[in-house]
Design a protein around this ligand. Structure first.
Ligand code: PGA
Length: 315
């Protein structure tokens, strides 16, 4: 909003002068205003005089012993009420933002992190029942875009971006496993060599997901080009595809937590697996965390391992 035509209102002392003016107008008396504001009567008169000079209009007129607002004074009085009402609303809004209980926590979580983050949230809400929480679940790449746009307070990654300066708080381990249907020929075999999976058909997460990055790293490490039967953009769809017999997949073990199908899906005993990654809450360096986000981080630091342990997939 251009401020060229309101320069006179931006002068030092304008708000206190408006407050004096509003009090005199309301009480219709310089003497009573001086009592209420604990200021001397000459100070009140000087403030009103300065205000009148700044605005270049007379504000009061005195007839006999009584003072009256001039038309300009009436106009200013109305605006004063609006200004003070707005300031009071601003103070309420800021008080809400300062307050832990009434703030809104905005979490960006990876599509895999959402499997256990809701447990954390449920426990957090037990402690802070008025907390409002918004969760945005996206794959790693889209979560990075949100982070770059400063859309959320905290972000849950397993593979946070290295190119952005971040404050990080480790949450818990993220075991990446080879998952198959329970009737897979290798289901009961121990210490399966990863190389022996090269003839298997794989179900892969989409490019841009953190899960895909980890899977690709393993294939690269063994110099294997996976036979990708199908590429799917959600862990849930991948689990359904495993059950449907479309192939096997490298996924976080957390995707099995609390899942009705988990008995139909098993973890193959592949040498070198699970590959241990780590869930981390991160936020950009320089971000000022709202009180509720700081409280959530602290809560996670103390209780995450315990709460999420209950979400482990059955052995
Ligand atoms: P994903 O996320 O859901 O994109 O696989 C895992 C991660 O945070 O890297």
């Amino acid at each position: 909003m251009p401020q060229t035509n309101i320069r006179r209102y931006l002068r030092h002392g304008m708000l206190p002068q408006l407050s004096v003016f509003e009090t005199v107008a309301r009480l219709e008396s310089f003497t009573r205003a001086s009592e209420v504001l604990h200021l001397s009567q000459p100070t009140i008169s000087t403030q009103i005089k300065k205000l009148s000079e700044t605005l270049d209009v007379p504000l009061f007129e005195q007839i006999g012993k009584k003072i009256y607002l001039t038309p300009a004074g009436e106009c200013l009085n109305q605006s004063c009420h609006e200004i003070f009402r707005q300031l009071s609303k601003l103070e309420d809004d800021l008080a809400n933002l300062r307050s832990l209980e009434s703030g809104k926590l905005k979490l960006g979580v990876s599509t895999t992190g959402k499997y256990f983050v809701l447990r954390l949230i449920a426990k957090f809400i037990e402690k802070y029942p008025n907390a409002k929480i918004q969760v945005q679940a996206h794959n790693r790449q889209n979560l990075i875009h949100r982070l770059e746009d400063n859309d959320d307070d905290l972000y849950l990654f397993s593979n946070p971006p290295a190119e952005i300066e971040l404050v990080k708080q480790a949450l818990l381990e993220n075991p990446m496993c080879v998952l198959a249907r329970n009737d897979h020929p290798l289901a009961n075999q121990k210490s399966i060599a990863f190389e022996s999976l090269k003839s298997e058909l794989f179900i892969m997460r989409e490019p841009g997901s953190g899960t895909r990055i980890v899977a690709q790293e393993v294939f690269d490490q063994y110099g294997i080009t996976p036979k990708v039967r199908i590429e799917l953009s959600t862990n849930e769809a991948i689990k359904q595809a495993i059950i449907a017999g479309l192939g096997i997949s490298i996924l976080s073990k957390h995707t099995l937590g609390m899942n009705a199908h988990s008995q139909e899906i098993i973890e193959l005993n592949v040498t070198g697996f699970p590959i241990m990654r780590e869930w981390q809450f991160v936020y950009p360096v320089g971000k000022v965390l709202p009180p509720i986000a700081a409280a959530f981080l602290k809560f996670c630091q103390q209780d995450a391992a315990f709460i999420c342990a209950k979400n482990e997939a059955p052995e």
